[in-house]
Ligand binder design. Structure first.
Ligand code: HEC
Ligand code: HEC
Length: 221
């Protein structure tokens, strides 16, 4: 009976669209589907592609590479999308390394990766910082610099650096070297994915202030 039905279907397909006649056998439920590679799970992507630089749980120990563990999911997903070139347009956030990493990721992968890192426990930066800078950094972080029109970082990133989802990322405990690199990139326009908020903030900071606030941020929990 089944064979008969399939034969009728096959014949019908042959008449209707001879070129795709082979697909008739594929729709037969008794035939095992051709072995398609199962899509990688988020754990596989994190362990296989990302771990070398960010560690499997997102707690990078390399000060150049950001700690992702405990970061807000929406923020991570946004950054992954911003690293991706959109057709002819260059990525909003310029990083040749990360652009290569996200090229093969789907939007679902990026959402899943955001959720994955958000639920990992943060292991704050252990990299040494210049202690002599912490006082200046602390004042700037919590109070800004009225003279130069620098707003308090805490007003958006929170007094303990935990940020406020979905828009304001957590910064507390991040490696100072990475934070400083981002402040410079906002300034140069290499990172132009911030709707000019961070660009405005950073354009008013001196090199010393940027270093000081980056060191202080690494120490807050
Ligand atoms: C070869 C090293 C390397 C690999 C592998 C790598 N990254 Fe990165 N990642 C970096 C560096 C370096 C940066 C900082 C880029 C910059 O300067 O803006 C970064 C930045 C990021 C950021 C932005 C974090 C923030 O706080 O804004 C996210 C999210 C991220 N990576 C996720 C991933 C994911 C997910 C993968 C795997 C699919 C991955 N990375 C693989 C090196 C790497
Ligand atoms: C008016 C709100 C606001 C203020 C004030 C502010 N920020 Fe931000 N900051 C943001 C937003 C929004 C982003 C995320 C931009 C994006 O989507 O990429 C951000 C991103 C960052 C990042 C990148 C984090 C990462 O993981 O890559 C750093 C570092 C940062 N801010 C540091 C600071 C410092 C230091 C100050 C104070 C001098 C400050 N911010 C003041 C809103 C603010």
């Amino acid at each position: 009976m089944k064979i008969f039905k399939n034969m009728v279907l096959f014949a019908a397909l042959l008449v209707a669209m001879p070129i795709s006649a082979e697909t008739a056998s594929e729709s037969d439920s008794t035939d095992p589907a051709p072995a398609a590679a199962a899509p990688a799970t988020v754990e596989e992507i994190a362990a296989g592609t990302c771990a070398g630089c960010h560690n499997a749980d997102g707690n990078s120990v390399i000060p150049m590479n950001p700690i992702l563990a405990g970061q807000h999911a929406e923020y991570i997903t946004k950054q992954l999308m911003d690293f991706k070139a959109n057709g002819e347009e260059p990525p909003k956030r310029n990083s040749p390394v990360m652009s290569a990493m996200v090229a093969a990721l789907s939007q679902e992968d990026m959402k899943a990766l955001g959720a994955y890192y958000a639920k990992q426990k943060t292991n704050p930066s252990q990299a040494p910082v210049d202690e002599s800078m912490l006082e200046v950094g602390k004042i700037l972080y919590h109070g800004g610099n009225i003279e130069n029109g620098i707003p308090a970082c805490a007003s958006c990133h929170g007094p303990n650096g935990s940020g406020l989802p979905p828009h304001y990322p957590a910064v507390g405990g991040q490696h100072a070297e990475y934070t400083l690199s981002q402040l410079d990139q906002f300034n140069k326009g290499d990172r132009a994915n911030d709707n000019a908020v961070m660009q405005q903030v950073v354009s008013r900071m001196s090199a010393h202030e940027k270093r000081a606030v980056s060191a202080y941020i690494a120490t807050i929990r």
